[in-house]
Design a protein around this ligand. Structure first.
Ligand code: SF4
Ligand code: SF4
Length: 105
C-alpha cells in the first residue's frame, strides 16, 4: 500500500506487526486470505495438506500489520494472527504499559 504523502508524525508511530498462525490441516485452500490480505503476506502452497488442498502459507511475515482481516474472513477458522512481541497498538496501551513500569519499579 502506498500513501501519496507521509504523515507528519510518521517517525513516532510504531507499526503493529502480526504473528501469523495457520492450522494447515484445517485449511481448504479457498484463497480468501491470500486474495484479501492488503500486504500480500500469504500465498497458497504448491504442496498439499492432509485433506488434499493447497493450504495457505506465510511468504512475507515482516509485512503483516496485524489487521486480522485474514482471520475474520477465513471460513474454516484456520488462520489467526496475534500481535507480535506485545507491541502497543494505541495510546491507551502505551499508558497502561507505563503504569505497569511504574508499579514494577
Ligand atoms: S493480519 Fe492482515 S496483513 Fe497480516 S496476514 Fe492477515 S490480512 Fe495480511
Ligand atoms: S481463508 Fe482459511 S481456508 Fe481459505 S486459504 Fe486462507 S486459511 Fe485456508
Amino acid at each position: 500500500m502506498r500513501y501519496w504523502r507521509k504523515p507528519l508524525d510518521a517517525d513516532e508511530i510504531e507499526v503493529p506487526r502480526g504473528d501469523i498462525h495457520i492450522v494447515e490441516s484445517q485449511c481448504k485452500g479457498c484463497g480468501f486470505c491470500v486474495e484479501y490480505c492488503p500486504r500480500d503476506v500469504l500465498e497458497l502452497a504448491s504442496g498439499y495438506n492432509l485433506k488434499g488442498y493447497h493450504p495457505a502459507v506465510v511468504v512475507n511475515e515482516a509485512e503483516c500489520v496485524n489487521c486480522q482481516l485474514c482471520e475474520i474472513i477465513c471460513p474454516e477458522f484456520s488462520i489467526f494472527v496475534r500481535l507480535k512481541n506485545n507491541q502497543p497498538v494505541c495510546a491507551t496501551d502505551i499508558d497502561l504499559r507505563k503504569g505497569v513500569d511504574i508499579i514494577e519499579s
